[in-house]
Design a protein around this ligand. Sequence first.
Ligand code: ADP
Ligand code: MG
Ligand code: ZN
Length: 479
Amino acid sequence: MEYEIIIGLEVHVELSTKSKIYCSCTTDFGGEANTHICPICTGMPGVLPVLNKKVVEYAVKAGLAANCSIAEYSKQDRKNYFYPDLPKAYQISQYDLPLCQNGYIDIEVEGGAKRIGITRIHIEEDAGKLMHDENETDTLIDYNRCGVPLIEIVTEPDMRSAQEARAFVESLRNILQYIDISDCKMQEGSLRVDVNLSVRPKGQKEFGTRTEMKNLNSLRSIVRAIESEAKRQIEVIESGGIIVQETRRWDDQKGISYSMRTKEEAHDYRYFPEPDLMPVVVDEKWKEEIKRSLPELPDARRKRYISGYGLPEYDASILTGSKALADFFENAAVKSNNPKAVSNFILGDVSRILNDKGMEAEDIPFPAEYLARLVKLVDMGTISTTIAKKVLEIMFEQEKDPEAIVKEEGLEVVSDEKALIEVVKKVISNNEKSVEDYRKGKDKAFGFLVGQAMKETKGKANPKLLNKLLKEELEKKNL
Ligand code: ADP
Ligand code: MG
Ligand code: ZN
């Protein structure tokens, strides 16, 4: 039997506000354990929380960017559970009246765009961090993360494969980086994904029972966890078993998940309204203000790159897939009259070098304008494309503009006929066999001879002129 995989995600994102959600402690990552804390975020008796306005603003930004409707009136609730990472024994979250609802995000999948529904986005506080490995017999607790503001983004069960889930997380992360409300560093835990997954025989209408895998912290582990869990569920069903609704922990090292606990229901949390906080009111005026403050989003940018810069869909998608890359492209493109060549450089050699060096687009060490100038040097025929690659490598190493590099390293194209004829003659006399082959009509031999001449000039020969001179010289020999 063929099975279909059904996936819905719950994504927790730490907001990059300066202070925590209900107190003025810093949200800075790291720091010595239990130094970013106060009586409020450690839940001492008698303290009162005060909502950080920026948290609401950021969450509304996310809601608008994900095409949600924003609730004019929402409230905060206590989600009760007893675990040492939560000193109050409840987390302040939102239950029945979340801030944002009914949105969507479009993702790129094989065969075009697909719309993934966003059920809700609500605000809540993060919990502390338990460290089980530092000490053999005890668990240590760091409350620095306690009270760091989060949004939780819940999707509809609209994804059908690990690739779609991955594409969704990438799109979501990209949007959140564009609107600048989180650094979305999965490895530091500022973007964490829970995967809800079920399988059903192809053609069946009802969903199967789902399991939930918690806190996946890399794209790779999301993909692997999904593939492994889908396989496990299918095997259970095929062997006559039933799927138990439960929470599972993914062990990335071993590549397997195991049962943590049976799934808790909402009533297990004894949700009730947080009596110490006022309702959250986002009136039309504030909402409009936030809407106006939104930057251009990836989708709009992609379309503009196609219509405005005449880029192919492929280039536009990759460039806008990272805000830093898109910014870099745009800053170079406005200084260039050859945006396609700028894009080619970025998608080609710049990306390759970044990849080799393990760097991100935001780490490019030279101003985007330098790339525009490099493209211009090629377009004017001052340097060849081969040499341009070399100049680019140097731009990553030294703080120099491309013109200075070309000058200092003597990389200008050699267009001096006399000098080139000397080179051509030398190549011809050193490669008799190839000259013979050329005479017999082998085109390949000509390419080889050009290559040798280029090598001789360290890639600096003006290619057009070199071709012409080589041909002429070979014809002479023919006589
Ligand atoms: P809870 O509040 O118990 O976590 P929800 O109904 O809000 O449960 O769903 C949580 C997530 O699980 C959502 O992302 C939703 O899309 C997803 N989901 C719900 N039912 C299924 C299912 N049968 N298969 C896969 N995912 C599902
Ligand atoms: Mg849930
Ligand atoms: Zn505090």
